[in-house]
Design a protein around this ligand. Sequence first.
Ligand code: S3P
Length: 175
Amino acid sequence: MGHISLIGFMGSGKSSVGKELAKLLPSMELIDLDTYIEAMTGRSIPEIFENEGEAAFRQMERSALEDIFMTGELTGSQYILSLGGGTVTTEACRRMIRRNSTCFYLKASVGTLVRNLETWPGDRPMLKGGKSLRSRVEELMTTRAPIYEKTAHHIINVDSDDYTAAAVDIITMQD
Ligand code: S3P
């Protein structure tokens, strides 16, 4: 079994599905890319956006992925990668993800995303600004939905919020 990557919008359940998968696949190591970058830089994601901006953060996502896939190759470790909602907006990241892992898009409707983001608001720099949460999600999803679809090898619908079932489906579809 190779690496598994989880992609999808903020609030789609990437971290939750990653944790469920890690329980079912104890030989694999779970890596959350945001947490990895925070450890790598010693700063929080909002701090990175605030001080260095989005472009610098996208570059960090790219180098973090390069490190992770390289380490996997050297050590033979198998990873479950819970990526950031915007990681696949960078072409080099899309290429690496498709080439080195089986990629699953956790697909949720705007309604589900808004509801989840209202329940777990977190500190998400990409959702800041004057717009309502729904219109910001709609705006970002207009450009991102086709990118998620074309990057993924498989699409998993998560509108039911059943993350255990999503993890079982992923294992069944993993090649
Ligand atoms: C982002 C999503 C976040 C985090 C950063 C940018 C995005 O991750 O990487 O705030 O551009 O969608 P989550 O999807 O885990 O919230």
